[in-house]
Design a protein around this ligand. Structure first.
Ligand code: ATP
Length: 512
């Protein structure tokens, strides 16, 4: 299966098993808006809990808030979103499809990288143990040719980005014959800027109503509450404020499932620090956040940093943590050193003094900020795309299994009476009652045991517990493990401890 096919299969699987549905589906859907179903919401909540606890419980100097989606419109002027939260859009005149010009160029660069990596892999195969990658990259004519092309396009792209030169974006696309994937033509319009904020109005009368925005990021809710939290929480710098909440962006390209949505959720943490210490903290948060990801157990090789070359005018360092999605390495989280830009701007726009009196320095200053910002939905996609597997079994059958890291799995255990009679359902209910306070469990008595196992595999349940006739006599049940499919007899009284060991989120947190 190609990665593209895998992605399609995954989208269908998410719908079939109650993870993710297109929004408003009975009305033919709403582009780039998705609903979470009964399984998806559990997975999402587990991810949020892992993040929230890692931030607010493991760090005594980080507290959480929950600010509103609606905020004073001046906030978005101060933050620069009204004037500059734009994407460069371009239309293909033949397919009438709309794209982000920067994304077209980045994807083109990604394809060249893929070609180079393929050449390197071929070389490695050919030369075996004696393969010297650095030398190969420096001398192989195919690699050199592709690298030269990459460098040329990349340099032009960076320069165009810096100069905000929209015409040059278009020229890069034309010169490299970057075509529309739908029409296959290079018949492009000019590139235009498009503001991504959604607007609505507040107030009941037409005259008195004012335009407000749906927040495009949760961060500003933290900045405008900086003084409240610092004072009421008696917080001392360095300290952080964490928040999980919805954000809205009128994205131009809306064809990537939950990777790019118009309504999505962010987990953001703003860390307030003394000016001059920001690069140290930036480094620390880079390490911390990568550790949080790798700790989940989806393979360190599937993550990488991508340091920004073009920095936003207010940032003095920025990086993305990228994850290997089915469509390549893409941004999952951003870590930004934002200086005192945001607090400074709110000070200027609100007229309120936003400072911190540092008792050690004996002086007041506007704190600097390092932010970590991750999309919940992208994290859900990372987990699902990494976990989806079609396995060939010894008996020739295939099974679809979601090997979701156990602490994040929506259902931790399924309790299955072998048959629907002879007192087995009653005993199985007792097992449910024993477990349900600690774990999200599912009781299932319909269909053969084999079919029930398959259904649980497909939603990623780590344990299936079968209650059979012998259980009535010896008080033991069969526990089947999802990944290895091994089975063992376990006394009902030991079930809770056995499951807890694998699925308890605190075990993950302890390893951080
Ligand atoms: P991109 O370049 O992919 O548009 P961004 O750099 O604009 O993302 P940030 O503004 O840094 O993203 O937002 C922080 C995080 O929020 C991202 O790393 C991503 O996980 C998530 N995110 C941003 N936009 C979306 C979206 N439209 N849908 C889902 N998640 C998103």
């Amino acid at each position: 299966m190609t990665q593209e096919e895998l992605f399609k299969v995954l989208v269908a699987h998410c719908k079939e098993y109650g993870f993710i549905f297109p929004s408003s589906e009975i009305y033919d859907g709403l582009a780039a808006v998705y609903d979470y179903g009964q399984m998806g919401v559990e997975l999402k909540n587990n991810i949020k809990q892992y993040w929230w606890n890692a931030m607010t419980r493991l760090n005594e100097n980080i507290v959480g808030i929950d600010s509103c989606i609606f905020m004073h419109p001046r906030i978005w002027e101060a933050s620069g979103h009204v004037s500059a939260f734009n994407d460069p859009l371009i239309d293909n005149k033949d397919s009438k499809k709309r794209y982000r010009a920067d994304v077209l160029i980045e994807d083109f660069l990604g394809k060249i990288e893929e070609k180079i990596n393929k050449e390197v892999a071929k070389g490695r195969k050919r030369f075996g143990d004696s393969f010297d990658e650095a030398q190969f990259r420096a001398t192989n004519p195919n690699v050199l040719r592709e690298q030269a092309k990459w460098d040329e396009v990349h340099n032009r792209y960076v320069a165009a980005e810096k100069a905000n030169d929209l015409a040059e974006y278009r020229q890069i696309i034309i010169d490299n014959n970057i075509v529309c994937p739908i029409s296959g033509t290079c018949n492009w319009t000019e590139v235009r800027q498009f503001n991504l904020m959604f607007q609505t109005s507040m107030g009941s009368t037409a005259d008195g109503a004012s335009t407000i925005y749906l927040r495009p990021e949760t961060a500003q809710g933290i900045f405008v509450n900086y003084l409240n939290v610092q004072k009421t929480g008696r917080m001392k710098i360095p300290f952080g404020i964490a928040q999980i909440g919805k954000a809205f962006r009128n994205e131009i390209v809306a064809r990537q499932f939950i990777f790019r949505m118009r309504e999505f959720e962010q987990m953001e943490m703003q860390f307030f620090i003394k000016p001059g210490t920001e690069l140290e903290w930036f480094k620390k948060w880079k390490e911390q956040r990568m550790k949080w990801h790798v700790n989940i157990g989806m393979g360190a090789e599937n993550y990488r940093f991508h340091d920004h070359e073009k920095l936003a005018h207010y940032a003095n360092a920025a990086t993305d943590i990228e994850f290997l999605f089915p469509f390549g390495f893409k941004e999952l989280e951003g870590i930004h050193s934002r200086t005192n830009w945001d607090l400074g701007r709110h000070q200027q726009y609100s007229g309120r003094k936003i400072e911190y009196f540092d008792p050690e320095e004996g002086a007041a200053y506007t704190p600097y900020v390092v932010e970590t910002s991750i999309g919940v939905d992208r994290m859900v996609l990372a987990v699902l795309s990494h976990s989806y597997k079609e396995e060939k079994l010894e008996n020739g059958e295939t099974r679809v299994v979601l090997s979701i890291p156990a602490p994040l799995a929506p259902v931790k255990a399924a309790v299955l009476p072998l048959v629907k009679k002879d007192g087995l359902p009653e005993l199985a209910q007792k097992v449910m009652d024993e477990l349900k306070y600690d774990f999200n469990c599912q009781y299932e008595e319909k269909d053969s045991i084999g079919k029930r196992y398959r259904r649980q595999d497909a939603i990623g349940t780590p344990f299936c517990i079968t209650v059979d006739h012998q259980s009535l006599e010896d008080g033991c049940v069969t526990v089947r493990e999802r990944d290895t499919m091994t089975q063992e007899r376990v006394p009902i009284s030991e079930l809770r401890a056995l499951i807890d060991k694998r699925v308890n989120l605190n075990n993950l947190l302890r390893k951080l």
